[in-house]
Design a protein around this ligand. Sequence first.
Ligand code: SPV
Ligand code: MG
Length: 553
Amino acid sequence: MNAAPKPASPDIFSGTSKFSLMREILNSGDLAFLMEAHDGISAKIVEEAGFKGIWASGLSMSAALGVRDSNEASWTQVLEVLEFMSDATSIPILVDGDTGYGNFNNMRRAVQKLCQRQIGGICIEDKLFPKTNSFIGEGQPLADIDEFCGKIKAGKDSQSDDDFCIIARVEALISGWGMEEAIKRAEAYHAAGADGILIHSKRRDADEILTFLKEWKNRCPVVIVPTTYYSTPTEEFEKAGTSVIIWANHNIRASIAAMRETSRRIMRDQNLMGVEDQVASVQDIFNLAENDELAEAEKRYLPITSSETRAIILAASRGEELGGLTEHLPKCMIEIRGQPLLRRLVTTLNQEKIRKIIVVRGFEKDKVNLPSLDYIDNDRHGETGEAATLAAAETYLEGDCIVAYGDILFRHYILEMLAEAAADVTLVVDALWQERDSNPQSRIRDLVKCSDEFHPGFVQGTPVKLERISHDLTAEEINGEWIGLARFSEKGSEALRATLANLKDAGSLDASNMSDVFNKLVDGDVDVQVLYITGHWLDVDNPSDLEDAQRFL
Ligand code: SPV
Ligand code: MG
C-alpha cells in the first residue's frame, strides 16, 4: 500500500508535522483516541474513519505477518511495516515498541529510524526482551527500573524532533506487583523524561485503572488500553483524567473474522455468490490506493510515444431521432445485442491495439461510464456542435489520432487500412453511399466531393484528395459519404488544433460541425485525403438504423 507516498512531510516546517500532531493528541487536555492498524491499508482505513492517530500494535503487526507477539518479527521488519503505514497516511502513529528491541543502544537507533520515517512516537514497556504479550501467563518478569529509565533517557536524547513522544508503559499491575509499584515506576519513568505513562491492566473491570488515575493526579498524560475492561463507559475514563484511549487490536480481529468467514464460504460454495455483497469492491481498493492520483501523474510525466495511436470519440449528443430511447440515455449508450454501442466501438478500436481512448461526453454524461476510458465533458453540448465537442479534448489532440463519432460501427479491417494511410488527414469514405439510402437528403449526411471517384478496379492506396465535405452537395458532386471516422497524423493533429483555435478566435467554433473543420483544413493547404471503402459500416440515427445494427452484428 505504498501507492501514493506523500512528499517527505513539508508539514514539518509549517508546524503541523506528524510529531506535533502526536504531541497535540497527548497534551491537548481533551480525551483522544488511537485506533489500531497493522499495515498500510488498515492505517488508511483508520484515517478515513476520522481518527486523529494510529496505534501500530505489536500484537496486530505480528499477527498480520503470521508470527507471534514475542519479538519474532525483527525490529527492522516492523520498521518496514511502519514505513508503509506512515507513507499511506497523514495522521501520526504511536508505535508499540515492545521493550525497545534490546537495551538503551537499540532504543537509540530505533528512535532515530522512527523519526526519519515521520512516526509520531513510541511506547516502550518495562518488561524483558524478548517480550511476551501481556495477556499471556502470569507474573512476567519486569525490567529493572534504573535500566528502563536509562532506555527512556537514551530515546529522548536520540529523537530528532522535540515533539516526538516517548510513552513509558507500566506493566506492574499486569505482572501482579500492585498499585504502589505501579505508581513508583510511573514516577521514575516520568522523571526520566517520558512524555506520558501507559498504565496497562488485564482485569475485566476498570477498578485498578481508575485507582491509578486517581493516585497519579495527572502528573503527566496517561494512556490506557481497555481491551479487557471495555464495559466501563468511556466517559468514566474521561472524567478520571485519561488523555488517550487506545483501541488496541480491533481491526486485526475484525479482519480475521471477515477473512475466515469469506474463505469458509467460498470453500463450501465453490462460487462467489454468497460473498460478493459482503466484501469490499475492487474499486474500493483502487480508491484507497488513490489510483486516480497515479492516472493523473501518468498524464503529467509519461512521455507520449508518437507511435501510440489514440482515439477521440465524440459522444456528446443525445440522438433525438431515437425518441424515448434517448430520453435519459445518450445515443452511444444504447444497447445493441446486450452491449452499449460505445462498448462495441471501443472493442473494435482495442482489436487494432488502440488502448488510449478519450470519450467526449455531454448529454447525460454520468451514464457514459464504461471502464478504462478517459472522459472529457462538453457541458455546453446543448448549444454547441461537433467542433466544440472535439475542441473539448484538445489537450489529447497530439501525435497520431483517430477521431470517431460515438454512434458508428464498422469492421475493424477498416482501421487496419486507415493505419497505412500516409496523409496528414485521412477520412474514411463510403463509395457505395447510395446503397444505404439513395436520397442524399434522407438524413443529415457528411457527403464528400473528391479529386477522383471510386470505380470498379480502383486500386487501394491511390491518393484521392478531399475537395469538399458538406451536408448538401449536388448529386453530381457526391463521390461518397464520410462515415464519421478519420485519422490525423502528428502533423494533421497539429493542423487540427490550429484550425479549432482559429474557429474559436473567430467566434465560430460553437456553430461549426466536422465538415466545417475539414473544409478549413482543405482550404489551409493541409494534405487531406480520403480512404474509400464499400460498406461494412453503419451509424445509428434512427430506430431503423438500430435494426440494421442488430443485423450488422
Ligand atoms: C499491542 O496491541 O500489541 C499491545 C497492547 O501491546 S496488548 O496486546 O494489550 O498488550
Ligand atoms: Mg504490544
